[in-house]
Design a protein around this ligand. Structure first.
Ligand code: PMV
Length: 354
């Protein structure tokens, strides 16, 4: 048989939830118990770069993450690969002598090389960018004709938050109603140009691996937290509507209020879980106090904070001016070398291809 290799590289940014996803109603299909909303960062800093390759000479599917081979045998990878292969189309590249028929994809093997330019599993949503990028790159490799919505539903089965990284700007993950998960996918609320004076900072408080994975944490919260039940049924549906309005109207005080309140409730759920989960540390709490105090003195919020499954702070400044003042304050409280690393980002566009 002719020896050829077909290769595609994609780059996908991570996303930060302003209304959190926490808790699954179906752990295999990864179906959440509430809608969530996130903002996608610009793809140049905090992103995953993934190259996928196919060739008749490859004899098994293999993957390397940050240069180290990892197993693809887990259900999440298998589900993504199976779903993507099922939607694959014919590929023809005369110049390279490549001709792949739709039916061949079942027997062809794939190599995957993925790099994160930020710490893996430190609560910086590395899995979000990772699975979104994998699905996006494979979709291009296999010439999928499906829209982003279908890709979002496939990425969701790798990691829930990944379904939101297929779009730029502000994104909403609809929990969906169907048992098979076909309607549990993300949609774009507004693109990255709609509210481009926001500046996002990530204060890396610790790049250590988190102690409780989001998978185990969510499982335990669903099993034991009454607060989570109340949150999913009574609190989040209202916040989703208010947050969508705030985003469309570029209403920063409402965005800030809801973002901080939702982060705090998520971490309260963690504490309400048995065994209790502590993602934030003393530095995280100090950052919250600094921001709360500043916002109170100003009379109107200048900065919002949110924390995921780790101690690192994500801070959203209302404009460039607030961003400068925030940076000054943070550098005053946490001088360089004090263990807190600051990085800033703008709101980003969707996945990009090379
Ligand atoms: O997609 P996962 O399993 O990494 O879960 C992400 C959970 C949070 O980051 C804490 C919240 C969110 O909506 O991204």
């Amino acid at each position: 048989a002719a020896k050829w290799v077909r290769m595609v590289t994609a780059q996908t940014p991570t996303n930060i939830a302003v209304i959190k996803y926490w808790g699954k109603r179906d752990e295999t299909l990864i179906l959440p118990i509430n809608d969530s909303i996130s903002v996608t960062l610009d793809p140049h800093h905090l992103c995953t770069t993934t190259t996928v390759a196919v060739s008749p000479s490859f004899d098994q599917d293999r993957m390397w993450l940050n240069g180290k081979e990892i197993s693809l045998s887990g259900g999440r990878y298998q589900n993504c690969l199976r779903e993507i292969r099922a939607c694959a189309s014919d590929v023809e590249d005369e110049e390279k002598g490549i001709k792949i028929a739709k039916k061949d994809w079942g027997s062809l093997h794939i190599l995957i090389a993925s790099y994160n330019n930020f710490p893996t599993a430190a609560g910086l949503a590395s899995s979000a960018a990772g699975f979104a990028c994998l699905v996006f790159a494979l979709a291009k490799l296999m010439n999928l004709s499906e829209d982003h919505g279908k890709l979002s539903a496939i990425a969701r089965q790798g990691s829930g938050s990944a379904c939101r990284s297929l779009y730029g700007g502000f994104v909403k993950w609809n929990m969906g109603k169907n048992e098979d998960g076909t309607d549990s996918r993300a949609i774009q609320i507004v693109d990255e140009k709609h509210w481009d004076d926001l500046v996002i900072f990530i204060a890396v408080v610790s790049s250590r691996q988190k102690e409780t994975s989001s998978t185990i944490g969510m499982h335990n919260s669903v099993e034991t937290s009454m607060l989570l039940k109340y949150r999913a049924q009574e609190v989040v549906p209202k916040r989703i509507l208010q947050m969508e309005e705030a985003i469309k109207n570029r209403d920063f005080p409402t965005l800030a209020h809801l973002t901080c309140a939702d982060s705090n409730q998520f971490h309260a759920v963690c504490l309400d879980t048995y065994p209790p989960i502590f993602y934030m540390n003393d530095t995280s709490h100090r950052i919250i106090s600094i921001v709360e105090k500043w916002n109170r003195t100003e009379g109107t919020p200048q900065v919002a904070y949110t924390f995921d499954a780790g101690p690192n702070a994500v801070l959203i400044a209302r404009n460039r001016n607030a961003a400068t003042l925030l940076l000054q304050r943070l550098l005053f409280y946490f001088p360089p070398g004090d263990g807190v690393d600051l990085n800033s980002f703008l709101i980003g566009d969707k996945s990009i291809l090379e």
